[in-house]
Design a protein around this ligand. Structure first.
Ligand SMILES: [Zn+2]
Length: 462
């Protein structure tokens, strides 16, 4: 532990200038965030002309009817326009709020709320919770019209929306309520660790965050998700038998097998698994079950089990821990830096002893460009995992020595195509746009790779 703290102290020495030099941090945050926003807009503009192509890529030509391809192009075009306008609008609103000192105002507001409740400003954690609520409300309200437009106009126009206005607002309020019920104690504990551990907070906070993630793995499926969707055990039949047999052959600890009423909100389809190492849940969207044959859904699940077999979720968790560690290791430099708060319009009396939540929030904003790069790197890792899981499904026939698994690769290809066609997914994708935004390879890339995996698998047999 001492070695760790020595190393962290070295990092702090390098960053000592943050505490003393009057740098115009607000200006940099404006510059960075506009930079990221304009880059994202540029990506949309690169992608946009591809929606005017009149025929799908050759590999997909026989799978897309002319009508479906045309529909997917029009849907893509509408989504791109929406992304461009909403991205610029959101950035403009955030930028104005930053310019007019939203955070300093919200901190003051939080103080007044806490005073009204009968507590003094000594209660930093209470004021921090009130502050976060104020910031959250003020900054989320301008984006509500955009989500209304997206759900009831954009998705509706293309036949995906199943949400009613009542459900939309019920979801919104439920989301806020749950955010508060979980977020407030989380924030209180998070800030308490700083208070309690002082400058040696890094290992303690890491421990706290990992425990919180573990708890959420249990709480989310059992408590939170049922508030939004109905999960019912997958009914007996060919699909259930196939999935259970597959799980048994791979010794996948399948504890719960659910069908989820995803169609209540949208007709987009999906399947996923989660849970603790010894008790996994598999959840399949009713939309996927309706669209694909049991054999195709089984192939999708073979891909999902590939993620489990190669421990992809655990690896991603590890990468995210390294990411969190890096952020926490850099943070102390910004923790006691009145100059940083002054740059964001905080009055002298608040800036002298920076409240931890403020320092952390401003520090996160300063990290914006770094986070954009980390996001792209995470996408690259995730794509590599997608290929691995696809390869797993293709080669499964060798692992479980089953006649029936011979054509899993073909079925996976068919299922992927069906999902893309039904979801009207974009098929022509600009490489840079895809590298930045997509955690999955494009359909064309995956089909091509599947062919490759199939031919190497056949060669091994010969
Ligand atoms: Zn996957």
């Amino acid at each position: 532990m001492d070695f760790l703290h020595q190393q962290l102290a070295l990092v702090q020495q390098q960053l000592a200038f943050v505490a003393v030099e009057p740098i115009d941090w607000k200006y940099y945050v404006q510059l960075f965030s506009w930079g990221v926003c304009l880059f994202e807009s540029y990506l949309v503009l690169r992608q946009y002309p591809l929606y005017s192509k009149t025929a799908p890529p050759p590999v997909l030509a026989e799978h897309f009817s002319e009508e479906d391809f045309h529909k997917s192009q029009v849907y893509g075009k509408d989504k791109a326009k929406f992304a461009l306008v909403s991205g610029l609008y959101k950035q403009a609103v955030d930028s104005l709020m930053l310019h007019y000192g939203l955070f300093a105002w919200a901190w003051d507001c939080g103080g007044q709320i806490v005073t009204k409740l009968g507590y003094s400003s000594e209660y930093e954690i209470l004021q921090s919770i009130a502050f976060v609520c104020v910031v959250f409300f003020v900054s989320s309200i301008p984006s509500i019209p955009f989500s209304i437009y997206q759900t009831f106009f954009l998705e509706e126009k293309h036949g995906f929306n199943k949400t009613t206005p009542e459900l939309f607002f019920a979801d919104l309020l439920k989301g806020w309520a749950i955010g508060f019920v979980i977020g407030a104690p989380f924030l209180a504990a998070f800030l308490y660790v700083f208070k309690w551990a002082g400058d040696r907070f890094v290992p303690w906070l890491m421990g706290f965050l990992i425990s919180f993630q573990m708890i959420m793995v249990i709480v989310y499926p059992t408590v939170i998700q049922p508030l939004f969707n109905k999960l019912s055990p997958l009914r007996e039949g060919e699909l259930r038998t196939r999935i259970e047999a597959l799980a048994a052959k791979l010794k996948f600890p399948l504890k719960y097998l659910y069908e989820i009423d995803g169609s209540k909100r949208s007709s987009h389809s999906n399947a996923y698994f989660f849970g603790l190492p010894w008790a996994k849940h598999i959840v399949i969207f009713d939309t996927l079950i309706k669209q694909s044959t049991p054999g195709e859904v089984e192939a999708i699940l073979a891909h999902e089990l590939g993620h489990w077999y190669y421990m992809h979720p655990a690896k991603l968790l590890l990468v995210s821990q390294v990411h969190i560690f890096t952020i926490l290791a850099l943070f102390p430099a910004f923790m006691h830096a009145p100059q940083v708060l002054r740059a964001f319009d905080f009055p002298e009396k608040v800036a002298v002893t920076p409240p931890t939540i403020i320092a952390f929030l401003l520090f996160q904003m300063i990290l914006t460009p770094l986070e954009a790069i980390v996001g792209t790197a995470m996408n690259a890792i995730s794509r590599k995992f997608e290929y691995e899981a696809d390869r797993f499904a293709v080669e499964l026939k060798d692992k479980i020595k089953s006649e029936d698994a011979q054509d899993l690769g073909d079925r996976l290809g068919k299922a992927l195509i069906a999902i893309h066609v039904k979801n009207l997914s974009t098929v022509w994708v600009d490489w840079l746009y895809s590298a930045y935004h997509h955690s999955h390879p494009t359909l064309t890339e995956r089909l091509k790779a599947l062919e490759g995996f199939k031919s190497t698998a056949t060669k091994k047999e010969l």
